[in-house]
Write a protein that binds this ligand. Structure first.
Ligand code: SF4
Length: 88
């Protein structure tokens, strides 16, 4: 990770109420208790994030870099990600 944030530990996220949405190169994690419905994710990429759809997150509907970029706009940390492969 090169975004200056502490790398997330999957076990820690799952123990803290996050649900996992698997992707090919990146996994997304969501904790609904932390979501304040700001809509940043929905506006950021509606193909990946869409409330009311099941699943509401389709991780591979965009490039992994794009998914990470949108998640970085989440104001509360309700969305997190972990890279499964090295970034190119
Ligand atoms: S950006 Fe974060 S807080 Fe806002 S709606 Fe999406 S998950 Fe919820």
């Amino acid at each position: 990770m090169d975004n200056g944030k502490k790398p997330q530990d999957e076990q820690e996220l799952l123990e803290n109420g996050y649900k996992k949405y698997c992707g090919d190169r990146i996994d997304v994690y969501f904790n609904k208790c932390l979501c304040v419905h700001s809509g940043n994710c929905l506006r950021g990429n509606p193909a990946v994030f869409k409330f009311g759809r099941k699943p509401w997150i389709i991780t591979d509907a965009a490039d992994a870099e794009e998914v990470a970029r949108v998640i970085d706009t989440c104001p509360t940390g309700a969305l997190k990600y972990i890279w499964k492969t090295e970034k190119p």
